[in-house]
Design a protein. Structure first.
Length: 187
């Protein structure tokens, strides 16, 4: 199976509200910027699984991750780039076990300064196109119940709630929140 159908070609420029960016596959040259961006994103929102500095990935770690993802047919690592800088990223991670090789897990994050420009939506759209082109039948994701905008976006792209992990996250205020498990199955 060929990886990244539609993503290895020249990425098309997306312009929304006078902001221009492209969605493309991550490259090893992005590793330093990715490390910095991920750390910044972790401090800007409580919608993610980690706090700033937790599960830190340095430049070498991102280089290794990008290399591994480029070699695995069930993995995809995308970035949203504007003016040579990364504004957001997403990953689909699968495995080769026969019983679960039909699915991947999707994750996405965008710098807060660029929320509302469709970056997350376009990363999701490209990931779905890749999954469909590569015969991946199911995409799964986890989203905290307070991230209503993301939940609505996922529903627009055919994701359904499959379950709730009750009191799964504790945020900075000490309150517990549910995680919604969502999935999209391609017929």
């Amino acid at each position: 199976m060929k990886r990244g159908i539609g993503l290895r070609a020249d990425p098309k420029e997306i312009i929304i509200h006078n902001l221009s960016y492209i969605i493309r596959s991550a490259e090893e040259k992005d590793a330093k910027n990715l490390s910095e961006v991920r750390l910044q994103i972790d401090s800007e929102t409580e919608h993610l699984d980690r706090e700033k500095g937790e599960a830190y990935i340095d430049e070498a770690g991102f280089k290794q991750l990008i290399k591994e993802d480029s070699e695995q047919i069930h993995n995809l690592f995308l970035v949203a780039e504007m003016n040579g800088n990364i504004a957001g990223l997403s990953r689909c991670e699968g495995n080769l076990l026969k019983r679960t090789a039909h699915k991947v897990e999707f994750g996405v994050c965008v710098l807060k300064d660029f929320w509302g420009y469709g970056i997350g939506k376009h990363l999701l759209k490209k990931s779905i196109e890749w999954a469909d082109a590569n015969h991946i039948k199911k995409i799964t994701l986890n989203v905290i119940e307070t991230n209503v905008r993301a939940i609505e976006l996922y529903k627009k792209f055919g994701f359904e709630a499959e379950g709730i992990l009750k009191k799964d996250k504790v945020l900075s205020g000490g309150n517990y929140y549910h995680t919604i498990v969502m999935g999209r199955f391609a017929e």
